[in-house]
Design a protein around this ligand. Structure first.
Ligand code: ADE
Length: 225
């Protein structure tokens, strides 16, 4: 998988991809992440990438031309499955979306800033708009890192067996059951007897019941679809 990320602040996204599991995934060649400084496609000597909104109002709008030039240049080099704009107006990211993006080959992520992007960029290029939650960040960069992390960790070979994505919270629309490790007792709090029993079938049943109970309690909406 190849992800091209367009941003005015690419340096904000460096460390997540230079650390731990994502770093190893890139080193192993399981994914490629390329950053593109939008200012390199700005026209004129001021390297301007935004301007005031037509019709007035607060905040600046990202110019259509640098974004169109940048995206068009990338598209001329390869076919992209999706051109994704990270925005609080988008569809809220969930595990199902991460799963479906993880089987794509080439993706573009566009990080918005200021009030957002000129509508014509959306009309010309954007195929999907994704929000990472109902709150507003200073820009799309952190959201792009979240989206990339949720997708790259699903690629075959990125996680080992112990980290397997198959047992994640959300993978079967359930939250995770409680988990414990040594010691058996801490400050009077004991590990549930069943987990020490060695009875694999019963343990799986307990975990499923607990997952259902916790999901019912915290996120009943997950049990609805
Ligand atoms: N940009 C600013 N806030 C955002 C959010 N919640 N999700 C995605 N992109 C954003």
């Amino acid at each position: 998988m190849r992800i091209d990320i367009i941003s005015v602040l690419p340096e904000l996204m460096e460390s997540p991809f230079q650390t731990s599991i994502l770093k190893r995934a890139l080193q192993k060649g399981l994914a490629e992440v390329h950053f593109h400084q939008l200012r390199n496609w700005s026209v004129g000597k001021h390297r301007k990438v935004d301007d005031e909104p037509y019709g007035g109002g607060a905040g600046m709008v990202m110019l259509v031309e640098p974004l169109d030039l940048c995206i068009s240049e990338l598209k001329a080099q390869r076919d992209y499955d999706e051109v994704i704009y990270l925005t609080p107006d988008g569809e809220t990211l969930n595990q199902r979306m991460a799963n479906s993006l993880s089987i794509k080959k080439n993706l573009i992520f566009l990080c918005g800033h200021y009030k957002g992007i000129d509508q014509r960029v959306r009309d010309l290029h954007i195929t999907k708009e994704i929000s990472i939650g109902d709150y507003v960040l200073t820009g799309g960069e952190l959201a792009a890192c979240v989206l990339a992390d949720s997708v790259i960790r699903l690629l075959p070979g990125v996680l080992n067996d112990e980290q397997s994505a198959l047992t994640d919270t959300f993978q079967d629309n359930l939250l995770s059951p409680p988990i414990y490790t040594r010691p058996e007792e801490y400050k009077g709090l004991k590990v549930p007897e069943i987990l020490l029993s060695g009875h694999f079938g019963k343990i799986e049943e307990w975990r499923h019941d607990e997952a259902l109970r916790i999901t019912q309690e915290r996120r009943p909406d997950l049990l609805q679809d």
